[in-house]
Design a binder for this molecule. Structure first.
Ligand code: MN
Ligand code: MN
Length: 465
């Protein structure tokens, strides 16, 4: 055996080590990742919207003994509760042995994804075809949403207080919907538009029907026929669209990607790829020292606004309620708390490497990504985790043998983005972003690597256990 040179030995000691996790992980770990991702894929198919994600998450949690938190009730160490915020965001907590005031361990992911919302008055007929007008939600490349099968999810809330759930286009025998694009033969003018304008917002019109109501007189007979069908099924009339939340999402199912089946392709992985790990991790937490809290938030893709987004006081109230139950103070609890903001980062794409600075970019199969700061152009709009806090997280990951990497969101001055980290930091909580690298982020079909998804779960569990 040849001895290592001094330089070799020093390199091993001093250089940072980041390796492809599929080379370093044990066969057992790779198998566990594979198994874990089976559950993840079915969650993706059953939870394409924030409402469906809340429902699916609560269903899984109730099987593990979680009960709805009731203000005024006393819960003891080891008890498992959840707080459902309007069916669109939800928090799960396992009460710790230490008082809540001493601080809690929070993981926060979001369950809303870019999509096409129906407008308040969406239904119209043109050239004897019926269509829906949409207003896109979150940052999308509009051209990607044409000529692919879409499904419709959401609710009609009626004046009598009833709520009708809608989910059409997910089963093989159900109809789908589509936004049509111009044929290349006639797209000479369209092709001169910039990519951003290739399809314009007002061109995202969804085809939903073509059969006219059989009557010899009158106009808008296709629209009339559609309304009749909807009335039969949901007891709605046209004005009920105003009090509805209806979302067009890709009708595709989650699947394996690659001959070697190492990756997953699906809609809505930003941020279900972190929400599912945060959820499954808290479901596995038993009798933690500190209270563990996993929050699945809504509205991240539009700036965390509204009473189901994390810029609201939702999290503050939850921690306040938990502390008050023990006659403690919620503000003190928040100041002592720590958080992993579980959101995706952009994985480096071999085809578009120029947008990344490779020494600070994330890669598929290199594990869960620590993103110390997000923001754009001079770190604007980021909470930037403290060095001390990141040191603690590194230590935790290394001690647990979790494969991880660090990443920035692309080259300086090129673009950027944000997460919920800043809003949680505003509450006095120590927070850093930690999540899964994604290819084609915000596209109707996003790609992740199974090993990274599993490492995200392991990180979430290690943090809350
Ligand atoms: Mn996200
Ligand atoms: Mn996003």
């Amino acid at each position: 055996m040849s001895e290592k040179s001094m330089a070799q030995q020093l390199k091993e000691k001093l250089f940072s080590k980041s390796k492809n996790g599929r080379l370093t992980a044990s066969q057992e770990t790779l198998s566990k990742a594979e198994e874990y991702c089976q559950g993840y894929k079915s969650f993706l198919d059953n939870a394409k919207t924030e409402r469906e994600a809340v429902k699916a998450a609560i269903e899984l949690a109730e099987k593990k003994g979680f009960v709805e938190f009731i203000i005024g009730n006393k819960y003891k160490s080891g008890d498992k509760v959840y707080i459902n915020n309007r069916g669109k965001s939800v928090a799960f907590a396992v009460i710790g042995k230490e008082p809540v005031e001493k601080g809690i361990n929070i993981t926060a992911a979001h369950i809303d994804s870019p999509r096409l919302d129906l407008k308040p008055n969406p239904l119209y007929e043109e050239l004897e075809l019926a269509l829906f007008k949409t207003h896109y939600y979150g940052g999308i490349k509009k051209y990607q949403w044409t000529a692919i099968p879409l499904s419709l999810h959401g609710v009609f809330a009626l004046k009598d207080g009833s709520v009708k759930e809608v989910c059409i286009g997910e089963n093989d025998d159900e109809p789908k919907f589509v936004i049509n694009d111009l044929l290349p033969h006639l797209a000479q003018e369209q092709s001169k538009r910039t990519l951003n304008e290739g399809i314009k917002g007002e061109e995202l019109n969804v085809l939903i029907g073509s059969h006219p109501f059989r009557d010899d007189k009158g106009s808008e007979l296709v629209k009339l026929n559609i309304l009749q069908l909807l009335n039969e099924k949901y007891s709605i009339t046209e004005s009920d669209f105003l009090s509805a939340e209806l979302e067009m999402v890709p009708a595709s199912k989650a699947c394996d990607i690659g001959f070697d089946r190492t990756m997953i392709g699906a809609y809505g992985q930003d941020d279900r790829v972190c929400a599912y790990p945060a959820l499954t991790a808290i479901l596995d937490v038993e009798n933690p020292e500190k209270t563990a809290l996993a929050i699945l938030a809504d509205k991240e893709e539009v700036g965390s606004m509204g009473n189901t987004g994390l810029e609201s006081d939702f999290l503050r109230y939850i921690v306040g309620d938990l502390a008050k139950m023990q006659n403690g103070d919620g503000t003190v609890a928040l100041r002592n708390s720590k958080c992993l903001s579980a959101d995706v980062n952009a994985a480096t794409d071999p085809t578009f490497q120029e947008v990344m600075e490779k020494r600070n970019a994330s890669f598929l199969n290199y594990g869960v990504v620590i993103t110390k700061y997000t923001g754009s152009r001079g770190k604007a709009g980021t909470s930037d985790a403290s060095a001390e806090y990141v040191a603690g997280i590194r230590n935790m990951l290394d001690n647990a043998g979790i494969i991880w990497q660090s990443g920035e969101l692309g080259r300086v001055d090129l673009g950027g983005g944000g997460t919920v980290a800043q809003y949680i930091a505003n509450l006095g909580v120590d927070v850093v972003d930690l999540g899964v690298p994604v290819l084609s982020m915000h596209a109707p079909f996003e790609t992740t690597a199974k090993l990274d998804v599993y490492m995200c779960y392991r990180a979430m569990y290690e943090f809350m256990k």
